[in-house]
Design a protein around this ligand. Structure first.
Ligand SMILES: NC(=O)c1ccc[n+]([C@@H]2O[C@H](COP(=O)([O-])OP(=O)(O)OC[C@H]3O[C@@H](n4cnc5c(N)ncnc54)[C@H](OP(=O)(O)O)[C@@H]3O)[C@@H](O)[C@H]2O)c1
Length: 234
């Protein structure tokens, strides 16, 4: 397969890039941090890299157009940022919105349109269990993940109605041991390798939604159904 991983310089995206490359796939890894991308490209000759900031729409447009000159079978959109923002600093909120909403939307819209042109494709996005409820420690992060969950459902319905073999998968991680897992008192923080393995399994089965790791399904269910009057007391 020819696989594009957006946000592959660290964490889950990096691990997925390595695992897919080891299995003999051609992987194109993109992100902002060039030294980390370069280091990743040394791991396997199957990994090619490109530097890209998805919040820069013009730059992202050029890079995605170049990559899609050849067909792409699978795109995994891992890029994301999120900060603890107890003081509601707008600068931090805007950074999150620029990447997780504006840049993210440009990516998924462009990729979906390219898939329509090539008449097939599989788009995988990484939202979060944290997108189910508003989180006061990181309001724009949890809200941006709610946006991604809803948007992905829209694309999933669109793909179904198009009758084209375009598949959309929403991966909802719980806490994973990457730089993204911030704050104190974190629990059930899962190793990146285990998370990547379960994501690859969900992708191979073309799941519409997958909560990783499996034990996070318990938290996901609680978050989904707990009434707001209880949730605000937690
Ligand atoms: N770790 C968790 O507990 C957890 C839980 C739920 C969901 N998730 C989601 O999983 C995804 C992957 O996160 P992670 O945990 O693997 O954390 P991570 O190590 O921080 O990875 C985030 C990736 O996004 C890239 N990125 C950030 N801003 C970007 C931009 N403007 N343009 C292009 N790439 C950008 C980063 O690369 P550069 O900085 O080099 O650009 C990095 O490769 C995120 O969407 C995150 O929200 C994580």
């Amino acid at each position: 397969m020819r696989i594009l991983i957006i946000g592959a310089s660290s964490g889950i995206g990096r691990e997925l890039a390595i695992q897919y490359a080891i299995k003999g796939n051609e992987v194109i890894a993109i992100a902002r941090r060039k030294p980390l991308l370069h280091e990743l490209s040394q791991i396997s000759p199957n990994i090619r890299i490109a530097q890209c900031d998805i919040s820069n729409i013009a730059e992202t447009d050029v890079i995605l157009s170049a990559i899609f000159k050849e067909t792409v079978d699978l795109v995994i959109l891992c890029s994301g940022i999120g900060d603890i923002n107890l003081k509601l600093d707008f600068t931090l909120e805007k950074q999150t919105i620029d990447v997780n909403i504006l840049g993210w939307t440009f990516c998924v819209d462009t990729i979906y349109t390219k898939f329509e042109k090539q008449a097939y494709g599989h788009l995988v996005i990484l939202s979060s269990c944290g997108g189910l409820r508003g989180e006061p420690m990181a309001p724009s992060y949890s809200a941006s993940k709610a946006y991604q969950i809803n948007y992905t459902e829209a694309l999933c319905k669109k793909a179904y109605k198009s009758k084209l073999p375009i598949h959309i998968t929403d991966i909802r991680p719980g806490l994973v041991n990457t730089r993204m897992a911030k704050g104190s008192g974190l629990f059930w923080v899962m190793p990146t390798e285990k998370v990547a393995m379960q994501i690859m399994n969900a992708i191979s089965k073309k799941r519409k939604v997958s909560i990783v790791t499996k034990r996070w399904r318990i938290i996901h269910r609680i978050l989904r159904y707990i009434p707001r009057s209880w949730y605000v007391r937690l």
